[in-house]
Design a protein around this ligand. Structure first.
Ligand code: COA
Ligand code: ZN
Length: 308
């Protein structure tokens, strides 16, 4: 078997958190079903946040419940605090993705507390899961937002991401997602920070979460692949962005990221044409939003063959 890479689709979460139109629960679930059919079983399906903070996720419990009935789907949800984790556990999800920030100021803007307080909350979330007898059944990972720089604070020291990753792993994290929330990262920095994170996490998997705000999203994927990362978050049509980080825009595009990974010789199992058809449908649900992507515009090369 050749080398493999996987994409976690974050469109129904990151992709929808700044869009103006509410997408119905049925459509969110149809989106997930189509992604699974296109070869992407790992999806962040929603976010457990207060509806007054992000109205798009007012139906989080209904989406999580519906996701459990989709064969093959490994559904996860984002949670910003213990309350969100309790709701996600109540909904019966087997994957929870916590989020805190390497930038103190983004952490305060995003979740209204210090990064140290967020780490304490992560420990409480692990304790809550274990108290429910769900250790080994529910995986709890954590994203480290603004690991490469911050639009509020500016510079974020490069040691922050590995320091926080080590603390999260020590606390029981099952996965670490290193995130460039605002598109400040560049390839050389990606190689340094991802390699430093890999050195401290033992055998806990590490994924990268890039935004394409300044056009370096896919270059950063290549850099991360070079140091051994094989898991990437991406969003259909490049939707996405954090409402609590000024100037944030879309994630790297799922279709283009799959194309790149395949061209790097990494098997993804993804049917890129099926994703392009899906994004055409999703586009009709979100009038006025910016849909990006080169493969959708130009089509796959006639000569394209998936990595084997
Ligand atoms: N889901 C639903 N309701 C929640 C909640 C959650 N995760 N967390 C808190 N609440 C409720 C509380 O029960 C309380 O309700 P009440 O007023 O009826 O008693 C209310 O919201 C305020 O709770 P509090 O703990 O004081 O939260 P806060 O106002 O300090 O906000 C967060 C903290 C974390 C909830 C908020 O900053 C947030 O949702 N941040 C997420 C931002 C985000 O999604 N960013 C994009 C992804 S990176
Ligand atoms: Zn993001």
């Amino acid at each position: 078997m050749g080398d493999r890479a996987m994409i976690c689709e974050v469109g129904p979460r990151d992709g929808l958190q700044m869009t103006r139109t509410f997408v119905s629960t049925e459509r969110k679930l149809a989106w997930c079903r189509a992604e699974v059919a296109a070869g992407i079983p790992d999806i962040e399906v929603t976010s457990f946040v207060p509806p007054h903070v992000i109205p798009q996720f007012a139906d989080a419990a209904a989406v999580a419940a519906g996701a459990k009935d989709i064969p093959g789907l490994r559904a996860g949800a984002l949670v910003p605090n213990l309350k969100g984790a309790v709701l996600a556990l109540d909904a019966g999800l087997a994957r929870i993705n916590y989020v805190l920030s390497a930038s103190e100021e983004h952490n305060r803007s995003n979740v209204r507390r210090s990064t140290a307080e967020s780490l304490e909350d992560f420990r409480r979330i692990i304790a809550e899961r274990d108290a429910r007898g769900l250790k080994g059944k529910v995986a709890i990972g954590s994203g480290i937002a603004t690991s490469f720089g911050c639009t509020i604070q500016g510079h974020v020291p490069e040691e922050r991401a590995p320091e926080i990753a080590a603390a999260l792993v020590e606390a029981g994290a099952s996965e670490i997602m290193v995130a460039d929330t605002v598109g400040y990262a560049g390839p050389a920095q990606v190689r340094r920070i991802m390699a430093a994170v890999l050195r401290v996490v033992g055998d806990v998997p590490v994924s990268a979460h890039f935004h394409d705000t300044r056009g370096l999203g896919l270059a950063n994927v290549t850099a991360a692949v070079e140091v051994g990362i094989r898991r990437f978050d991406a969003s259909l049509a490049g939707l996405g962005g954090c409402p609590f980080a000024p100037g944030a825009t879309g994630n790297i595009n799922t279709e283009d990221c799959a194309f790149l990974l395949e061209r790097l010789g990494l098997e993804t199992g993804i049917d890129i044409d099926a994703l392009v058809r899906l994004r055409e449908e999703v586009e009709t649900w979100l009038p006025g939003e910016r849909f990006s992507g080169a493969v959708a515009r130009a089509g796959l090369p006639k000569t394209f063959r998936r990595a084997a």
